[in-house]
Ligand binder design. Structure first.
Ligand code: T1G
Length: 701
C-alpha cells in the first residue's frame, strides 16, 4: 500500500507511505482517494486525518513519474484534491518535516491544517521551471495573502511552519501542535468532527477571497522585480500571472488558467533543462557497480597536506561541516601563510554578515597546523594538495603510506596526473582515490571523484557520502588525462584558438559564448585562471602527443609574459587592481601578425558558428568520455559542466543542449566545420558513439 488506512476512535487516519518522501505517485493518489471514500461511507467516522509516514508529510508530485503516463493517470493530483475538498466530513492535514509542491497543494485542499514547528513549507516548482500545477497559485494567496504567497511561489524557497503560523490573518494553519503531532491532530479532528456532525458548513480554502489593497500596482512591481531576477527563465513571470489570476478571476477560472500555464511551462526547454539538472544532481551519487548499501568508513578527522590555495580551501569545506582538520606543511612560513589565508577568508564573510563571529572562532578551533607527519596518524581521510608534479606526489604518498593509520583513505587533489600511478607509490592502492576540487575549493560545488583501477568500492561510497556532508556535487570519473571537465575544456580551448586564426578577436569569441549563457568566455576564463597554466600543459602534451595542433597565439601571448589578471595583462588589458577585461590592441595586432605568418586571410565568423564550434567541441569529447567509460552517464557530464565550468543552467549542460538541438543537426554542423581545410585534421571527426546515436535516432539523455 502507498497509503495506509485505519480508524481510531471515530477518526479515519490516512497515512501517505511512499518512501523516501511520500511523492504523490499514482498508487498513493489512488490509495488516498479510496481512503476518503471509505471514511465517507463509514457512519462511525466523524473526521479524517491525513498525514505522512517517515521523513516527510509529502515532497510533492512524484518526480519519478514525470514524463510518464502515470503522472496524469486518474486520479491525478487535481482530481485527488477535489475529492478531499469535496469530502462531506472534515479532513485535517497533519503536517511535519517536509510539505512541498503537490504535497502542500493537497494539504490546501483539506478543510483544516495542523502542524508541528520546524516543518519546511514550500512550493518549489519554479526551481523545476514550472509553477504549482494543482491549485497552489490559487489557494496559497487565499490563506497567506497575495504578497507572502507570491514570494514563496516565485522563490520556491521553504519557510518554517511556525513562521507562517505567526503571520497575522493567516489561514494556512488552524493550529500549531505542541508535543506529539498525531495526538494533537486526533484531538483537533475529534473537535471539528463533532462541530460539523451537526451540519455546520465545512471551511474550504477556495471559498476564501484573495485580495490585495492595490493589485495593479503590486503586480506591476512584482513583474518588474521578476524580470530583473529571472533572466533566461520564463517560469517566474508565469507565477506572477497565475497569482494575479487568483485576485482577478473566479476560483474556477483561476484554476483553468493555472493549468494552462503549467502545461505550457512543462514543455519549455528551460524546464526540461532544470528537471534534467535536478535528476542529474541526485543520479550523480549513484555508481552502477557500487551498491547503495555499501558500508561507509567513518570520517571523524581529516588531514590536508599542503596549505596553499587549494589546501586552505579544501580544509574550509570540512571545518564548515564541523569536522576537525590537521593541516600540514613542510615550512613554518608556508603554514603560517596558509592559516592566515583561511582566517582572512572567514573574516571577510564575517564582515559581510554572512558568518557569525563565534561560528568563525569555532571553526578555527577545529583547525590544527603541523609540520610533522606524526600528527596525521589518526586521520580517517588524508587529502594531498601539494605541487602538481609527479615526483612531489611520490614523496608525499610514500610518507602517507608510512604515517597514516590502516583504513585511512588517501586522496589526491591532482587535476591532471594519473591517480593509478600515485596509488602505486603506496602499499594500499585500494585506499587511494582522487578528490579533484575546483578553485576556490571552499566555493565551487563540483568535486570530481577519480576512481583508480584499485580503488575499493567502500572507499568510493565513503567519499560520495562525504561529498554530500560538505555540500559538493560529486561526480565519479575514471583515470585519463584531465578526467572529465579538464579533458573537455582542453578541446574547447583548442577550438577557441582556431577561431582566432580564422578571423575572430578574443572579445568576439567571449561575447558570443557569454551571450549564449556561459558565465565567462574562454579568453576571460584563461586570463582569470592564468595563461601560464595552459602553456605548461601544452608543453607537457607536446612531448606525449606531438601531432596535436594548437593555435600558436596562446604561446605567443605567454612569451610576452601576458599571463592574465595576475600579471595585469593577458588576452585583455587590466587597470591596476581591477578585473574588468579591456580589449587589447597589442594582442589583436599580435593575432593579425600571426595570421600573416601562417598565410591565413581572416574571415568574419558569425556568433552562431562561434557558439556551435565551442559547444560541439565539448559534446564530441564528452561522447568519447562516455564511450570509454570515464564517465558513467551523460547527466554526470552535464553536472560537471553545470557546477564546475559555468555552463548555463537553463540549457541543462552540453549533452542536454545537444539533444535539444537534435544530434543529427549537431553532427551535420560538425561535418560542415570539418570541411575547413585549416582546421585540425580529425578535430571534427564525430566520436563513434555520437555517430551511432545519430544512426539509431537516439539521444544522450
Ligand atoms: N518525488 C519523488 N522522489 C523525490 C521527490 C519527489 N517529489 N523529492 C525528492 N525525492 C527523492 C530524491 O530523488 C532522493 O532519492 C530522495 O528523495 C531524498 O532526496 C503539481 C508538479 C523533498 C526537500 O520539487 O526538495 O509537485 O536519491 O536527497 O535532502 O505542483 O528532495 O535517495 O533515491 O533531496 O532530505 C515539487 C523536490 C515536485 C521537491 C528532501 N517538489 N525535493 O530533501 O533528500 S513538482 C519538489 C526536494 C510538483 C505540483 C508539481 C528534496 C526534499 P534517492 P534528497 P533531502
Amino acid at each position: 500500500m502507498s497509503a495506509r488506512y485505519e480508524v481510531r476512535d471515530g477518526i479515519a487516519v490516512i497515512t501517505l507511505d511512499n518512501p523516501p518522501v511520500n511523492g504523490l505517485g499514482h498508487a498513493t493518489r489512488s490509495d488516498v482517494a479510496a481512503g476518503v471514500a471509505r471514511a465517507e461511507a463509514d457512519a462511525a467516522v466523524k473526521a479524517v486525518v491525513l498525514t505522512g509516514a517517515g521523513k516527510a508529510f509529502s515532497g510533492g508530485a512524484d518526480i519519478r513519474e514525470f514524463g510518464s503516463p502515470k503522472a496524469a493517470a486518474e486520479p491525478n493530483l487535481g482530481t485527488l484534491i477535489k475529492v478531499v475538498d469535496g469530502c462531506s466530513k472534515p479532513v485535517v492535514a497533519a503536517i511535519h518535516s517536509v510539505c512541498m509542491g503537490g504535497g502542500l497543494e493537497l494539504a490546501l485542499g483539506c478543510h483544516y491544517r495542523v502542524a508541528v514547528a520546524g516543518a519546511s513549507i514550500a512550493l518549489p516548482e519554479v526551481k523545476l521551471g514550472l509553477l504549482p500545477g494543482a491549485g497552489g497559485t490559487q489557494r496559497l494567496p487565499r490563506v497567506l495573502g497575495v504578497e507572502t504567497a507570491l514570494n514563496m511561489i516565485v522563490s520556491g524557497e521553504p519557510v518554517k511552519s511556525e513562521l507562517l503560523a505567526m503571520q497575522p490573518g493567516q489561514r494556512l494553519f488552524d493550529q500549531l501542535i505542541e508535543g506529539d503531532l498525531m495526538t494533537g491532530a486526533l484531538a483537533f479532528a475529534a473537535d471539528v468532527g463533532a462541530r460539523h456532525a451537526g451540519g455546520a458548513p465545512l471551511p474550504r480554502v477556495r471559498s476564501l477571497p484573495a485580495t490585495d489593497p492595490n493589485p495593479d500596482g503590486y503586480f506591476q512591481f512584482a513583474r518588474n522585480t521578476v524580470k530583473a531576477m529571472a533572466k533566461n527563465f520564463p517560469a517566474p513571470a508565469r507565477c506572477v500571472d497565475a497569482v494575479e489570476a487568483s485576485v482577478k478571476r473566479s476560483f474556477e477560472d483561476g484554476m483553468a488558467y493555472e493549468r494552462e500555464l503549467f502545461m505550457a511551462l512543462m514543455f519549455t526547454p528551460e524546464s526540461k533543462a532544470l528537471r534534467h539538472a535536478f535528476f542529474g544532481e541526485r543520479a550523480a551519487s549513484k555508481i552502477p557497480d557500487v551498491p547503495e548499501d555499501t558500508p561507509v568508513r567513518k570520517i571523524a578527522k581529516v588531514a590536508v597536506i599542503g596549505a596553499g590555495t587549494m589546501g586552505g580551501g579544501i580544509s574550509m569545506n570540512f571545518l564548515n561541516a564541523g569536522i576537525p582538520v590537521v593541516i600540514l606543511e613542510t615550512r613554518q612560513d608556508a603554514l603560517d601563510r596558509g592559516l592566515a589565508t583561511i582566517a582572512r577568508n572567514y573574516e571577510s564573510q564575517v564582515k559581510k554578515g554572512k558568518l557569525k563571529s563565534d561560528v568563525y572562532q569555532q571553526r578555527m578551533s577545529l583547525l590544527t597546523p603541523t609540520l610533522s607527519y606524526d600528527d596525521i596518524k589518526d586521520a580517517d581521510l588524508v587529502i594531498e594538495a601539494v605541487f602538481e608534479e609527479m615526483g612531489v606526489k611520490e614523496t608525499v604518498f610514500k610518507k602517507l603510506d608510512q604515517a597514516a593509520k590502516p583504513g585511512a583513505i588517501l586522496a589526491t587533489n591532482t587535476s591532471t596526473l594519473n591517480v593509478d600511478t600515485i596509488a602505486s607509490f603506496t602499499r594500499r592502492p585500494a585506499d587511494v582515490v582522487g578528490l579533484h576540487f575546483f578553485s576556490p575549493a571552499n566555493v565551487m560545488k563540483l568535486l570530481e571523484v577519480v576512481r583508480g583501477k584499485a580503488t575499493a568500492k567502500d572507499v568510493l561510497a565513503t567519499v560520495m557520502a562525504m561529498a554530500k556532508v560538505i555540500k559538493k556535487t560529486a561526480v565519479v570519473s575514471g583515470v585519463c588525462d584531465g578526467f572529465i571537465g579538464n579533458r573537455m575544456v582542453e578541446q574547447y580551448i583548442r577550438q577557441s584558438g582556431f577561431l582566432l586564426d580564422e578571423g575572430c578577436t578574443p572579445s568576439q569569441v567571449d561575447r558570443a559564448i557569454e551571450k549564449f549563457g556561459f558565465a565567462m568566455g574562454p579568453f576571460r576564463m584563461s586570463d582569470l585562471a592564468g595563461n601560464d597554466i595552459g602553456w605548461a600543459i601544452r608543453k607537457r602534451r607536446a612531448v606525449e602527443f606531438p601531432n596535436i595542433r594548437y593555435s600558436k597565439t596562446a604561446d605567443l601571448l605567454c612569451e610576452k609574459g601576458r599571463f592574465g589578471q595576475k600579471t595585469g595583462a593577458g588576452w585583455y588589458d587590466y587597470k591596476a587592481g581591477q578585473r574588468d577585461a579591456i580589449a587589447s590592441a597589442e594582442v589583436e595586432q599580435m593575432i593579425v601578425d600571426y595570421r600573416k605568418t601562417i598565410g591565413r586571410a581572416p574571415r568574419k565568423v558569425g556568433e552562431e558558428e562561434i557558439v556551435q564550434r565551442l559547444v560541439y567541441s565539448l559534446v564530441n569529447e564528452a561522447a568519447r568520455i562516455l564511450e570509454e567509460g570515464i564517465a558513467n552517464k551523460a547527466s554526470d557530464i552535464d553536472m560537471v559542466y553545470l557546477t564546475g565550468y559555468g555552463f548555463p543552467l537553463f540549457r541543462g549542460g552540453p549533452l542536454c543542449y545537444a539533444d535539444s538541438q537534435g544530434l543529427f543537426n549537431v553532427v551535420r554542423a560538425m561535418q560542415h566545420f570539418g570541411l575547413n581545410p585549416h582546421d585540425d585534421a580529425g578535430f571534427w571527426q564525430p566520436a563513434p558513439l555520437l555517430a551511432r546515436l545519430v544512426a539509431e535516432g537516439k539521444s544522450f539523455t
